[in-house]
Each structure stands twice: as C-alpha cells, then as structure tokens.
Design a protein. Structure first.
Length: 374
C-alpha cells in the first residue's frame, strides 16, 4: 500500500506524527506502561527489545514543576568550539579579547557538562549537570568563563559514563558545600564498555567512595527528582516508547557472571525546566534513551506541556545510530521546539539534518556558550 500523503509512525498509517506523539505522552506517562507492556499492547509502538529484563520504569506522573522566569544554560564542555560564532540574545558566546590567542583556551573534548541557573520571582538557583571527561577541564572552563562554582546547590549526573563525570570532583571541591546533593540512578555505578570494531572501549563509573568521602550526599533513585524548590526536575528513568530508539546494541555491563548486554542504559536522565509562557526546556547529556522518548517523558512529568527548547547530546553519531536520524528529526519537527541545540555525541550528519529541517530553531553549540532563555 502506498503511504504517499500520510505519515507512518510505528507501523501505523492515517494519523499524523503529532497525533502519535500526543498519544505516546499518554501511553508513556499517564498510563505508566513499561516498554514491554507497550510492545504487547497492539498500539504499534514497541520498546527496545522483548528480551530486556531490567526493572520496568514506574509510572510517570505530573510532578508539580514550577514555572520559572528565566533559564541560563552554560555549556562548560562539549566536542565542538568555534571562536567566531556570533552572539545573539539567546546564544551568548564568550568574548574575544585582543590577546585571546596568547591565553590558554577553553578545553574542548569528547564530553559534556553544563551549569543551569533558573530564576523565579527574583530568586536565582543553580545546579551542575554532568562533569565532562578530563579531571580539570570543566573546572578550568568555569574559571575561564567566570562561572561561580560556590553558587552550585546540587549536582545531577545524566548517566555513569566517564565522559560525563570525570571532572565532577574538581568542581565539587570548589563548591565546598558539605552535604552537596548528587542525584544519580543506581545503575550509574556499573562498570560498562562498548564493543567497537577495534575492541572494547571501557566506560568506568564514578568513584562512589571517593565522592562520599568528599562530603557529597548521594541521592540514588530511579524516580524523577524535583530540585531547587520545585524549579528543576531530573527525569529519572525514561520509558522507551518509540519504535526506533532502541538503545546501544554493543553496550555491555560487568556483572558477577561477567560481561552481559546492557543496550538500554537505564540510568540515562535529563533535566527539565518549565519556562513561563514558553514551555519546557530539556537539557540532555547523551539521550541514550532517545531524544523523542526523553521529550515525551518530560512532557508526561509536566502534565503535557509543550517543549520550547532541547539542548544537549542526542547520540546519533556513527553507523549504528545514523538510521535513526530521519525518524528522530521528523518527530522532533512534529513536536515543534523553538530552540534546538545539538551537542556532544549528536554527530555531524544529525546536526546538519536538524539544521536543514529546523532552520529557525537550530543553534550551533560551542564550548563556553551561555543560552539565555526568557
């Protein structure tokens, strides 16, 4: 049968991608269905694998996320830099002093970290999301950019891969808050690896004993967490409801019985804020759960609010993930964000596709950029 003139999502014809996505918010959130149940429901949307045996995600429910008046997202580490990118009212780039090239530069490497500051009724609150790859990179970039570490009140780890946590300790030392809360999924402590064509690539977890010894108060949970007096949320585990966001097939975890498949990376979580009169701002480290799954879960937690901005990694780089670019961008376009900032592991093919499909929303990321959203 020809599908000309129709959208086809999850094997279903005759409904638009937007209608499908709206239904998916209800399925993933309001009904609280786990991925395996969704796959068996006859709805035409399947989870990652019928063989996945991880505990199902618990019910997503509105969490009472408060609206904020402004949001600043400082990108403190990313894979990309371009000193000549122009600033705008939204994307505020680092200044170019006359002696810039005689100074030490911002560190750019395969990792991600951001400081997020929200303001509500004149009260500004700040947290750290991820800590990058090299031990000193994020700390140095913060110092170079003048981002004040002591203002950080909490830390959220997107997942346990080393390119998101290895610089966290140096930043925490600068915060100097005994009992600084670190929100983390229990799977973040697992030893992992990716089986590449050239052999295993190890992705060691953070050192829990070291962090606790440094005065960090670890908050370990699979559930959503509401932070900073209700102005920011960490998503917790994200249900997998789209038919194409099927995890990382060559990813493994170490168990007592040896290495076993771990394609779903259940510890993956994003940040969500609700910007007054705009909608949801979602910040992602890698989006191992999938960009669309992440946004749908954020909407379920925020009672179906629209998405205004998505900033961060999308993990669409490389031959395993590139077939997912087209459906991801189609569904992202249907969701209609005003701002999309691909970062970190998104990959150049996906970034170019997003730029072409959403030219008015796309913003090129660069280390040191502050995204000022009002």
């Amino acid at each position: 049968m020809s599908t000309k003139g129709k959208d086809r999502v999850g094997g279903r014809e005759g409904s638009s991608r937007r209608d499908f996505l709206r239904t998916s918010v209800a399925v993933a959130g309001g009904l609280g269905l786990a991925p395996s149940l969704i796959g068996d429901s006859g709805l035409g949307i399947v989870g990652a694998s019928a063989a996945v045996t991880d505990p199902p995600v618990t019910e997503a429910y509105p969490i009472g996320l408060l609206e904020v008046d402004s949001i600043d997202v400082w990108c403190l580490e990313d894979n990309f830099t371009d000193l000549l990118l122009a600033s705008s009212p939204i994307a505020q780039r680092p200044p170019l002093p006359p002696d810039l090239f005689s100074q030490e530069q911002l560190v750019t490497e395969h990792g991600f970290a951001a400081v997020v500051t929200v303001e509500r009724d004149g009260d500004r609150r700040t947290l750290l999301y991820d800590g990058g790859l090299s031990p000193n990179a994020v700390s140095w970039n913060m110092e170079k950019l003048g981002v004040p570490a002591p203002e950080i009140e909490a830390v959220v780890l997107s997942h346990g891969h080393i390119d998101h946590h290895n610089g966290m300790d140096r930043v925490i030392q600068k915060v100097d808050h005994q009992g600084l809360p670190l929100f983390v999924h229990p799977d973040a402590w697992l030893m992992r690896r990716a089986m590449t064509p050239t052999g295993p690539l190890y992705l060691p977890p953070p050192d829990r004993q070291h962090l606790e010894g440094g005065g960090v108060a670890i908050v370990e949970t699979r559930e959503p967490s509401v932070l900073l007096d209700g102005t920011v949320a960490a998503t917790g585990e994200i249900p997998r409801v789209t038919p194409y966001e099927t995890g990382f097939p060559v990813h493994q975890k170490l168990t007592e019985g040896g290495w076993v498949p771990d394609p779903m990376i259940w510890d993956d979580q994003a940040l969500v804020c609700n910007l007054r009169d705009r909608g949801l701002v979602v910040v992602s480290g890698c989006a191992h759960a999938g960009v669309i799954n992440t946004i749908l879960h954020a909407q379920a937690l925020a009672n179906g609010a629209g998405v205004y901005a998505f900033i961060g990694g999308m993990h669409l780089s490389g031959p395993i993930f590139e077939p997912r670019i087209a459906p991801t961008v189609a569904d992202l376009s249907a969701l209609g964000p005003s701002i999309v900032v691909p970062a970190h592991c998104t990959g150049w093919k996906a970034t170019h596709t997003i730029a072409a499909a959403l030219p008015n929303a796309f913003i090129q990321n660069s280390v040191g950029t502050c995204y000022h959203l009002v």
